[in-house]
Design a protein around this ligand. Structure first.
Ligand SMILES: C=C(OP(=O)(O)O)C(=O)O
Ligand SMILES: [Mg+2]
Length: 401
């Protein structure tokens, strides 16, 4: 363990072309870690606060850097993250910004791993980690807040649940992504890509279901293992709190109709994963849907839980959802993300470690997923900032990090 001797913070580009925070952490014995904050577009209302990067950097330089440099050992993640909380002094990182906090937290973890000469997943999860791998959920068609004039549902996901290895799973998702392009071309549907690299055609959700189901089935036949189908509905973005309805392009649904619609989709497409099917504050509706279909599929809370243990406790008490999305920047530190994963596991909830729609080449989440034995990781299917994580998973499996 060595003392942190320097922290440098800078603005770099994210995948949307927006500025984000990058942190370098240096230690007494020459350990080095670098990490960058991602950024959401369909953010949950209860997430930790992301500040404009230049303000977050200035505030972190003033409040956090003095509490860490010469004071805290890089390998002691709990102390690093406690110092970030103390420096911030709020309960939502609104002073130093969750973007500065998460960049420093992850960079310190990498510096700690560097000092030990261990891969990051092993530093975070211990020596017995690295044999089991998360199943990557690959976004192949998308709309919502991630693309204009595309589907209402935010993400249609390939889920290669039967893949014999993480590399097979990663290539299967890329093949589904390519098959979707072929099917769109056959139908003369022109399209570009959304923020996460998924195809963003101007089609309705019904046509997207047809195309993705066909693409999944074609690739499944080719590869010879089971590929499931999943969704991120991003229900909070569809929900209108004045009318208390979910607003789709072609119709509205009240909460009971929304629950019935999602339950039908689970049946019809044999969905293995459904994220945020309902509004982020409607624990009761989540509980009703989980009651109905929770034994057939994962009902995952993203905006519902925002990687926050208080919100997860509420969900556990009420039987809302059976899995949680883990986004370290939603809560601000790796320790907080770990706490959420541990609480979830103790209560039979699956954890799905996730990227954000605005990303960088940072691959920390691949290590986090392996370190915590998370059953799933959601990190897109193609595109450099997405393949940074997928290729890192392949390297971890190959013992090459
Ligand atoms: C990755 C997601 O999008 P964003 O980062 O925009 O919240 C999501 O909603 O799961
Ligand atoms: Mg989501």
């Amino acid at each position: 363990m060595t003392l942190i001797t320097d922290i440098r913070l800078r603005r770099i580009l994210d995948s949307r072309g927006n500025p984000t925070v990058e942190a370098d952490v240096v230690t007494e014995s020459g350990g080095f870690g670098r990490a960058a904050a991602p950024s959401g577009a369909s953010t949950g209302e209860h997430e930790a606060v992301e500040r404009p990067p230049s303000e977050a950097i200035a505030a972190a330089r003033e409040h956090a850097v003095p509490r860490l440099v010469g004071e805290v050992y890089a390998g002691n993640q709990r102390d690093v993250d406690a110092a970030l909380h103390a420096a911030d002094g709020t309960d939502d990182f609104s002073e130093i910004g969750a973007n500065s906090a998460v960049a420093i937290s992850m960079a310190a973890a990498k510096a700690g791993a560097d000092v030990l000469g261990a891969p990051l997943f092993q530093h975070l999860g211990g020596t017995f980690r690295g044999d089991d791998f998360p199943i990557p959920l690959g976004n192949v068609v998308g709309g919502g807040e991630h693309a204009a004039d595309a589907t209402d549902i935010q993400e249609f996901l390939a889920a290669p649940v039967g893949a014999p290895s993480v590399a097979d799973a990663v290539f299967a998702n890329a093949a589904v992504h390519a098959a979707v392009a072929d099917l769109l071309e056959e139908r003369d549907v022109p399209c570009g890509k959304g923020d996460e690299g998924a195809w963003a055609p101007s089609i309705d959700d019904g046509e997207a279901f047809e195309i993705v189901a066909e693409a999944v089935s074609m690739v499944q036949d080719e590869v010879g293992f089971n590929i499931g189908f999943g969704l991120d509905v991003a229900g909070a973005e569809l929900y209108d709190s004045d009318s208390e309805t979910y607003e789709y392009s072609d119709r509205s649904r009240d909460t009971d109709e929304q629950i019935a619609y999602i339950a039908e989709l689970v049946e019809e497409y044999d969905l293995v994963y459904v994220e945020d099917p309902l509004d982020e504050d409607d624990y009761d509706a989540f509980a009703d849907l989980t009651d109905e279909v929770g034994d057939q599929t994962l009902i995952c809370g993203d905006d519902l839980f925002v990687t926050n243990t208080d919100r997860l406790v509420n969900g556990i008490d009420r039987g809302a959802a059976n899995s949680i999305l883990i986004k370290p920047n939603q809560i601000g530190t790796l320790s907080d993300a770990f706490d959420a994963i541990e609480l979830a596991t103790e209560n039979g909830y699956d954890s799905v470690v996730s990227h954000r729609s605005g990303e960088t080449e940072d691959a920390t989440i691949a290590h986090l997923a392996v370190a915590t034995d998370a059953p799933f990781i959601k990190t897109g299917a193609v595109g450099g900032e997405r393949t940074a994580k997928l290729n890192e998973l392949i390297r971890i499996a190959d013992d090459a990090t």
